[in-house]
Ligand binder design. Sequence first.
Ligand SMILES: Cc1cc2nc3c(=O)[nH]c(=O)nc-3n(C[C@H](O)[C@H](O)[C@H](O)COP(=O)(O)O)c2cc1C
Length: 197
Amino acid sequence: MLDILVLYYSQHGATRELARLIARGVDSVPGCQARLRTVPKVSAVCEATEAAVPDAGAPYVEKQDLLDCAGLALGSPTRFGNMASAMKYFLDGTSGEWMQGALAGKPACVFTSSASLHGGQESTLLTMMIPLLHHGMVICGLPYSEAALLATQTGGTPYGVSHVAGAQNNRPISEDERALALAQGKRLAELAVKLAR
Ligand SMILES: Cc1cc2nc3c(=O)[nH]c(=O)nc-3n(C[C@H](O)[C@H](O)[C@H](O)COP(=O)(O)O)c2cc1C
């Protein structure tokens, strides 16, 4: 079995919902299984630490997950048009894996959730790709052959799936966002199978 790491940060749950759909897309590909993981919050109080195990949701990621995975889906809420600091903090701690080339040649995709339609999803997705390119990963987007990409009135971009959560962060995942999340997970897993041959 090839493990595909679906690694996300989510404060209020919207990005987590996308992560779960991407994981379902991964699991739909024979020979692949999704490994859902999250990262802890970064505290503004430098001596505060999170519990070793999160109260709910996916377990915290370990460096071993990066070594084990055959592909990576990386998700973060949009924060001022960029990824959340918790995800950046985790990535900034991966210099050992970077030097080892632990992720080099493996496929990766990115996903995000934002409050507003034009609130910086694309800049978040594009800038999330940069550390993954430094790691030598093969970036996988979404092609317009996915019908939902042209039809969507909510989230969904060729750079990766997205969700428009609204000002109260309570809009449900739309049918198009759902279709694109499933397609993105499936596509990533299929690429991992091809690259692992
Ligand atoms: C500090 C901060 C910055 C944010 N910046 C943006 C932004 O630039 N554009 C936007 O549309 N939404 C922005 N949001 C809203 C979140 O992206 C949105 O609520 C997202 O769906 C949260 O995802 P989550 O439920 O996975 O935590 C921001 C939220 C916070 C707390």
